[in-house]
Design a protein around this ligand. Structure first.
Ligand SMILES: NC(=O)c1ccc[n+]([C@@H]2O[C@H](COP(=O)([O-])OP(=O)(O)OC[C@H]3O[C@@H](n4cnc5c(N)ncnc54)[C@H](O)[C@@H]3O)[C@@H](O)[C@H]2O)c1
Ligand SMILES: [Zn+2]
Length: 454
């Protein structure tokens, strides 16, 4: 393993690969590790030592594994359901120790103020019934307050509560804004305090809860400060959706449709056929005119949306690979969203972008006229806007130029190539973009007038 390169007579360099082994509690570096060596443990980390005439460099390769759970459950706030308190634990020994200990559990909970108004009494009842020593901090976690100031306010309270970062995860309950701010605050506290996400909007249920990203807005840019630190667990309970306004259900359905168009024809067909039912029932299981079918469709659609999202995120948790299907609908929409703030919700802006890109796909010969029509009808059925007057050709050009800058010189445009299938393209011409734009405006501008300002 220890290698010596003698490259030419002037440059002498000695390169060694060092394994790290633990012997009686002490880590040691070793070259040429043999199987028969008596060691307690061999680390996956390596140190590569390079000695030249200019000096010595140690290159450290330290693989870090993130393990987190995404759990769909029901009755999360029922006192007999211990998921919220214990569901994140993966080590059986730790679970046993906690169950045997007679010390009360302690939890710091941050809740979106609006959510607190509806579910606050149930939450405190749950914590009290389980003898938890708790602090519940209800905050107005709106997009305008998605800032470092709010994160610091949370951190001060966390510090006053004097949390044990090894055993007492911070719990966030709310929409994507609340989950993003709390995730960042927890990741900063003592360098990385575990946190738990409980999404209460559809968008955060299928999107913000599933991945590793946290963040706050900064310098007038969305999510400019943040970290890629996943939660210890995300606990998903559809019953929170019953109080979500209909427009916000549509908003979440846009991100679900994104996954359908990119990866799953079956999900597309479910949304096409049952979109209206999902809006009417808000993914609830109670008695309604749709009967048992609504329960089945609600669980099928969320399950597929979460799994397809996890498939794309898990191998690329830190977004090192820039070719991302989940960017569909997110190339032009950030500029549109900022331009018309606060009139469009995130999912609505994403849908307008996806609608235009559907025309780009069709103009490029990747989608048939029938497929294009089906996609647009499905969007309309989900009560999502499909056109916006502020979505101009200038906006398209500027956004794609920005994308080139931040995406390694390639535009990496995900486009549907049939229903439920997609590829990344780098060579869509300006001519196609413009022809698609003209057709998009001709066909959709009139029909969308009313939906856009809804
Ligand atoms: N981290 C990620 O990977 C990720 C992914 C997607 C979106 N996001 C972020 O998520 C945010 C958008 O999330 P959002 O759409 O959930 O918005 P949001 O958090 O602003 O919530 C929307 C509104 O719904 C209210 N609300 C929340 N739950 C409710 C409930 N159960 N009943 C009644 N009202 C309720 C909130 O008070 C708020 O007014 C954006 O800031 C976006 O950047 C993050
Ligand atoms: Zn999005």
């Amino acid at each position: 393993m220890g290698k010596v390169h003698q490259e030419d007579s002037n440059v002498k360099e000695k390169n060694s690969e060092l394994s790290l082994v633990r012997v009686k509690g002490t880590w040691k570096s070793k070259t040429g590790l043999k199987i028969k060596d008596a060691v307690d443990c061999v680390s996956a980390a390596k140190i590569y030592e390079s000695i030249s005439e200019q000096g010595t460099t140690w290159t450290v390769v330290s693989p870090i594994t993130f393990t987190y759970k995404v759990t769909e459950t029901h009755s999360l706030l029922d006192p007999s359901n211990d998921t919220l308190l214990l569901g994140h634990i993966t080590d059986p020994q730790q679970m046993e120790d906690i169950k045997r200990s007679n010390k009360p559990m302690r939890r710091f909970v941050v809740v979106d103020q609006e959510v607190y108004k509806i579910y606050g009494p149930k939450l405190t009842e749950y914590l009290e019934a389980n003898d938890v020593v708790y602090k519940v901090l209800a905050l107005p976690t709106t997009e305008e307050n998605k800032s470092m100031e709010t994160a610091l306010k949370i951190l001060e309270e966390v510090n006053n509560f004097s949390l044990d970062r090894r055993t007492e995860p911070v719990i966030a309950i709310g929409g994507g804004v609340c989950l993003d701010i709390v995730g960042l605050a927890a990741s900063l506290y003592r360098r990385r305090t575990p946190y738990i996400r409980v999404p209460t909007t559809l968008l955060s249920y299928i999107d913000a809860s599933v991945g590793a990203k946290t963040g706050v807005n900064f310098a007038n840019c969305k999510n400019k400060l943040g970290a890629y630190i996943p939660p210890a667990a995300a606990f998903l309970d559809l019953s929170f959706m019953q109080s979500v306004p209909r427009r916000h259900i549509s908003n979440g359905l846009a991100e679900m449709l994104k996954m359908a168009l990119m990866k799953h024809k079956g999900l597309f067909e479910l949304l096409e056929e049952h979109g209206c039912m999902l809006l009417d029932t808000k993914f609830q299981t109670g008695n309604n005119v749709y009967g048992h079918n609504s329960v089945k469709v609600a669980s099928q659609t969320t399950r597929i949306a979460i799994l397809t999202m996890l498939e794309e995120l898990a191998p690329n948790l830190w977004e090192d690979d820039l070719n991302r299907l989940v960017d569909f609908g997110h190339l032009i929409s950030p500029a549109l969203e900022m331009k018309v703030l606060p009139s469009l919700l995130h999912g609505e802006a994403v849908n307008i972008d996806m609608s235009y890109m559907t025309y780009v796909s069709h103009e490029s010969g990747l989608l048939t006229e029938e497929e294009k029509q089906r996609i647009i009808s499905c969007m309309v059925g989900l009560e999502l806007p499909v056109w916006h007057e502020e979505f101009t050709m200038e906006l398209v050009q500027k956004s794609l130029q920005d994308r080139l800058k931040h995406s390694g010189g390639l535009v990496r445009m995900p486009l549907p190539v049939g229903l439920g299938q997609a590829e990344i393209f780098n060579n869509i011409s300006y001519d196609i973009l413009q022809k698609a734009f003209i057709k998009w405006c001709e066909e959709l501008s009139v029909s969308s007038d009313s939906t856009c300002d809804a």
